[in-house]
Design a protein around this ligand. Structure first.
Ligand code: SF4
Length: 470
């Protein structure tokens, strides 16, 4: 048995893609997964290119892991995903021990490539030559290969990839160059995958795509004024036993009337949307090639909250985009305040090679100090907004989908509310994992809610379980 170690950087799409590769190794036979890189015969890093820091981390890690070859000369090293796609064969020069570079449309070929490299190496054909495989070509239908997945016993949640790529070309973003154009999986195949997950106990699915709410916009027709994405939501919603549906990552322009309405009549849609703002300045939005105004963005927030009054909204913001003035930043701050977000990911702009914004004149670039000041200022505002919302939940009962033990202790469980708030509470793991549980919120600390199980008959059981554990 060869041991395979996969390390993943970046977004949920990457996590899902790595899972798929792991599954394909298991199906092939002769391979087993290991979390311990020192034991591995195959080391793969699934890379992210969204920020330079993520690329440097992956390069640094791969560089360090090269030492394992001294003990095991046959070890196979590979990069997969976004950086593999954008840098291709040049990675072989940067990391001399690298054997494999597999782009974002090639996850399903990784096992074959590793097989080939291992075989050559074990047959000692490698002594006099450097043999490596680089495959970053486009491949028609590759979006249909991220499908079906292993789930653990009583696993509550799962990610389902519904599309790949993005056609938007926001000027700061490298994704269209690493993930290619938009390509959708057919609705029927996605529904089948979700049905199989639900049959194995999954209660919540997150539909994944780089621009998820524009799913299949060019490939499948609208029906009765409903976009392909809303048709997909309706179809998934109809699956018995599925309790919750989430989706990420959407674009504000995808929140049209049909999707806003869907939050009224599809109760399984969670009361949480991620709505990337990026900037609150009209001028900067234009420079970013984001086709909405701050007013339109706030109108979407208002209409979504009308459709779903308990809705939580989170966002992404970039501070320090080239040419961002203090007035532009203040406009962003004002939109963040008015939108009253539950949480936000705030990024300091960093140049991404090959993107249109990277070619803007140097004099438009902002000093790191200014970016950092804006980052910290906005973070403080977002934390205030988010903490106020969490504090308002203390003393109230929330429904939590229990995902298992909390990160820090096996004496407590964790899960999320429909609004995607993390809740930690005591309880019997065997009984509650994978179940929807009512929890009385008693406290909040650093974006986590703490509480007690409120469901009749369980509170005593929980106390007993904890008593035994102590
Ligand atoms: S919509 Fe999202 S993924 Fe597409 S280019 Fe813009 S930021 Fe990147």
């Amino acid at each position: 048995m060869y041991q395979v170690h996969i390390r993943t950087y970046g977004c949920q799409m990457n996590e899902r893609d790595s899972d798929q590769v792991a599954r394909l190794f298991a199906e092939r036979g002769g391979y087993t997964m290991t979390a311990d890189e020192t034991q591995a015969d195959v080391i793969l890093i699934n890379t992210c290119s969204v920020r330079d820091q993520a690329e440097q981390k992956a390069l640094g890690k791969m560089g360090m892991m090269g030492r394992l070859r001294r003990q095991k000369p046959h070890v196979v090293y590979g990069f997969m995903g976004c950086m593999a796609q954008s840098r291709g064969a040049e990675l072989l020069d940067t990391i001399p021990h690298l054997d494999l570079v597999a782009g974002t449309q090639k996850y399903h070929r990784v096992v074959d490539y590793v097989d080939t490299i291992l075989k050559r190496r074990l047959e000692r054909q490698m002594d006099d030559e450097k043999f490596s495989i680089v495959d970053v070509a486009e491949e028609e239908g590759s979006q249909n290969t991220i499908r079906d997945q292993e789930v653990d016993e009583r696993q509550a949640t799962a990610f389902v990839s519904i599309m790949q790529g993005c056609n938007m070309k926001c000027t700061f973003c490298i994704v269209p160059y690493t993930r290619g154009g938009e390509r959708a999986r057919p609705i029927a195949e996605i529904v089948d995958e979700v049905r199989r997950l639900v049959a194995r106990g999954v209660k919540e699915v997150t539909l994944l795509g780089q621009i998820v709410n524009r799913y299949a916009i060019r490939e499948f027709p609208s029906v009765d004024g409903k976009s392909p994405f809303v048709q997909l939501l309706e179809a998934v919603h109809g699956i018995d036993g599925l309790e919750r549906i989430r989706f990420t990552s959407p674009h504000p322009i995808g929140y049209r009337d049909d999707l806003i309405d869907a939050f009224r009549y599809l109760p399984k849609l969670c009361s949480h949307i991620h709505l990337p703002l990026q900037s609150g300045s009209e001028r900067i939005l234009k420079a970013m090639h984001r086709p909405y105004s701050p007013e339109r963005f706030l109108e979407i927030c208002r209409r979504m909250r009308e459709a779903r009054p308990d809705l939580a909204i989170t966002t992404d913001v970039i501070v320090g985009f080239p040419g961002e003035t203090e007035a532009d930043y203040q406009a962003t701050r004002e939109v963040v305040r008015q939108a009253d977000f539950d949480n936000a990911f705030i990024f300091r702009y960093s140049k991404r090679r090959g993107t249109p914004a990277a070619g803007l004149p140097d004099e438009l670039q902002l000093p790191e100090r200014v970016k950092e000041e804006r980052n910290q200022d906005l973070l403080a505002l977002v934390n205030d907004l988010g903490m106020a919302k969490l504090r308002a939940l203390v003393g109230r009962r929330v429904e939590v989908l229990c995902e298992g033990y909390s990160k820090t202790t096996t004496e407590r469980l964790t899960g999320r509310t429909s609004q995607n708030k993390i809740v930690v509470f005591p309880g019997p793991h065997d009984r509650l994992k994978g179940e929807l549980v009512d929890v009385e919120v008693t406290d909040t600390h650093v974006f986590t809610l703490y509480g007690e199980v409120a469901e009749a008959g369980v509170v005593g059981g929980a106390a007993a379980a904890i008593g035994t554990g102590a």
